[in-house]
Design a protein around this ligand. Structure first.
Ligand code: HPA
Length: 274
């Protein structure tokens, strides 16, 4: 990262500690809610909401009608911290900005994270609406949130990535009652969807799903010693796998359609966690 990036995270953490420290203390899970998956935050009991815009240094998503928020509360007995909305590299944000909020939560002591996203399905027999449990990833963005000076408080210079995605959390998600299939997530820069040739390449490389987020968050959190889980909602088949052209509307609609399934799954996961 950089010394400036470190200071931005520490300043954000100080601010949140002062503002919602007691609510954050004992928080079991940080949840990043991706495209179309934000409804889950509405399920929390004893909700406390902090708009991203109120946290110094936190980037505010530009794409949605309203910017995201940190939503704190309780689900099935577990205290959780939801980030509704994230910022992406394709919007022009730096890797440091993309991971700033999760780094802040981790710095404040949140031990485990569930990163969710919308993704295109590549694996055999995948269909829109499927849920994929990320068992590993391919970071094909050409970047990393760890580039720059080494900041020891945020992890080793050369973090091990043999187990970025926690087997324990995967097991809890896998036994939470919904059909989830494990797979490899390929993270690309975007914002264009892939060409069919790129999708064939990704398949050769061992990817089961492709998207434009998540990998930098997983890299930064793994370096900081967090337990990480990832869940992809397959909103469409990746380009060239089905005959149809891709549309963002289709991705959003599939997200809305799967919201109830995802809410149930994550609620059960939180119950098992608590
Ligand atoms: N490709 C990349 N990102 C995506 C896709 C896709 O097909 N679907 C949802 N996010």
């Amino acid at each position: 990262m950089s010394a400036a990036e470190r200071e931005l995270v520490l300043t954000a953490a100080d601010h949140l500690h002062g503002k919602v420290g007691p609510v954050l203390s004992g928080c079991r899970l940080g949840l990043v809610l991706g495209s179309g998956l934000k409804e889950f935050a509405a399920e929390l009991q004893d909700r406390v909401e902090v708009p991203f815009a109120d946290v110094p240094g936190w980037p505010v998503p530009k794409v949605q009608g309203h910017g995201g928020a940190l939503v704190l509360g309780t689900v099935a007995g577990a205290k959780v911290a939801c980030l509704t909305g994230r910022v992406h590299l394709y919007e022009g944000w730096t890797p440091g900005e993309v991971v700033r909020a999760v780094r802040t939560l981790r710095h404040l002591g949140v031990p485990s994270f569930l990163l969710t996203n919308a993704a295109g399905g590549i694996g055999d027999d995948m269909a829109a609406g499927d849920l994929m449990l990320i068992r590993d990833h391919l970071n094909l963005t050409g970047g990393s949130p760890l580039i720059g000076s080494h900041e020891p408080a945020f992890g080793p210079r050369f973090p091990d990535q043999t187990r970025v995605y926690s087997a324990r959390l995967a097991q809890l998600l896998g036994s939470a009652g919904a059909r989830v299939r494990p797979g490899v997530y390929a993270g690309l820069l975007g914002p264009s969807y892939e060409t069919p040739a790129e999708v064939r390449m990704l398949k050769t490389l061992g990817a089961d799903a492709v998207g434009m987020s998540t990998v930098h968050e997983a890299i930064a959190l793994n370096a900081m010693g967090a337990e990480v889980a990832g869940l992809s909602l397959i909103t469409n088949l990746a380009a060239g796998i089905a005959d149809a052209p891709l549309s963002h509307d289709e991705v959003v609609a599939a997200g809305a359609h799967a919201a109830a399934t995802l809410t149930k799954l994550v609620t059960e996961f939180c119950r098992r966690l608590s």
